[in-house]
Design a protein around this ligand. Sequence first.
Ligand code: ADP
Length: 673
Amino acid sequence: MFKKILIANRGEIACRVIKTCRKMGIKTVAVYSDADRNAMHVEMADEAVHIGESPSAKSYLQIERIVKACKQTGAEAVHPGYGFLSENKAFQEALAKAKIIFIGPDAHAIEAMGDKITSKKLAAKAGVSTVPGYMGIIADVSEAKKIAKQVGYPVMLKASAGGGGKGMRIARSESEVEEGFLRSQSEAKSSFGDDRMFIEKYIEEPRHIEIQVIADRHDNTLYLNERECSIQRRHQKVIEEAPSPFLDAKTRKAMGEQAVQLAKAVKYVSAGTVEFIVDTKRNFYFLEMNTRLQVEHPVTELITGLDLVELMIRVAYGEKLPFKQKDVKINGWALESRVYAEDPYRNFLPSTGRLVRYVPPAESKNVRVDTGVQEGGEISVFYDPMIAKLCSWGKDRKEATAHMRAALDSYYIRGVSHNIPFLASVLGKKRFEDGNLSTNFIAEEYPEGFSDKDLPAKDPTTLVAVAAVVHNAYQQRAAGISGQIPGHGRKVPPEWIVVAYGADGKEEEFSVTMSPEMIGGEGGAVTATARVGKKTVTIESNWTLGAALLVAKVNGKAMTVQVEKRPVGYRLAHAGAQMDVGVYTARQAELARLMPHKPAPDMSKYLLSPMPGLLVSLAVKEGQAVKSGETLAVVEAMKMENVLKAERDGTVKKIRQNAGDSLAVDQMILEFA
Ligand code: ADP
């Protein structure tokens, strides 16, 4: 077996590969950029080589430096992970020249599958079902219109070089072809330097279901069943699962066998994924083949018990696959949620910064966390803002979902915005529970984007009781400290007024009576019965003062609440929902009611920057009247240009920033009359 492997990647996937190498007794070499000097993958590897500046073009995409790092450390093979150089022909050629083994398929397979038109033709020839359409290059809009008509609306306009959902548009009419074709073409040109376009039928209510394949150099090509990845936002996967709740054994076998046929047709070795879309009648059509390890591979590992990275390494070394098709089983159900540093409340804007507190859920046979960051680490502007992949396993889909929801509740992240409220919301939807999925799920279930309204309607009673219990415990400690001289201690009152502050500035008051036998405090168990209005809530927990998670039995049911002590009161989070509360004695509450309230300023008169970035241009002048929908300014952030438009008609009163200025989040750009 190899003695030393270099991992030409970063983040969670580099850490994932290192874990398997360790298990196999193989030494590891990490590579890193300036920004990743203190990253987790660097810490985990046996050796690490600095390969350049923070932008990936100047480090993780530097072929020569990575080859040099191999030579310098004596690494015999390279695992590329996904993204970066994982599907790059020049990289493979450079490695081959230096006699270093690439842990992945051969260059010819990557090349054949790297182009959507070529791969579709190849698939059709290999007897694989493909999406009806036109497999040629379309020269211009008029040809596009002609072909769209032949294919039949709706159609999908696609860039042959496309990836990551870019250069792709649905067109439901001739005018949409006219509009979409040029836009997709120019997007493809700027993203891939290649503007070849083709057209295929748009499959309505599609599901994205993909087949994992693995092949060795001894003519064994097997399929490891499917993953369903229909929960997508803008063609990007968010939640994946295995098996698919939609496939029957017959369809699974047919898809698996076609995937194997295709892999054999391109003499594929290593792990790969054949993606299909499946219509409502279980007809399936080939989309593309990804010639690398997929982000979502853990769900396959969880139901098959296989280690895909280990198999890739063994196959690359020349070993035979140690099992046959009949040995591949489906055991239970697995889900994966992609935890991103992005703000679901602000249209999923990427968030960057330091992970001030970061406590992932504990791993067990039911929970797996693939992460590349740790507390104190940074989510930087340079790379993908994925924090972790949270996976769950259960004996069936229901159990796997329950484990996922509980794990999300106990995932504690502070310092950057994250999408956990959104993930919790998706998993809580009836339609998700029913397994009634399609790639339109998110667009249909969140037509106006994500907001608190999408969280399960909450009965505040439980969180109010938790707040009172937590506060009571803090007060008991305070009383205990001041009560060191017997007889001088303060008595903790058994009654609290809990004020819940709503996001809209509304306040709701609850009166809570604690049972006198409440025990709690430092290091001790908290057991309390709180009467909130007419309801009684019994909380049993071994929560200790200051702990971020209160893991409890509430009226006998397991529940995890995140507890954050704030300068005044607490912030509690559960099931994606968040609640800020103040806990007062009757007298404190009485006085608090007398405090003057500062009315929230009317922000509708201002255009604020929704993100930190650079003000590229201003489209308006002072005194100018603007109509709703008109462009006001362009802000560049995370390498993307964001166009800010007027929400309603108005007149620009004052411009506060100039083009070229750096903007903080919520910084005022201009003011309306
Ligand atoms: P990319 O390489 O950019 O990821 P894919 O071809 O894999 O592009 O497609 C990404 C997603 O777009 C699919 O998962 C599917 O949801 C959707 N999609 C692609 N082609 C079609 C089609 N013909 N009809 C319906 N949906 C499609």
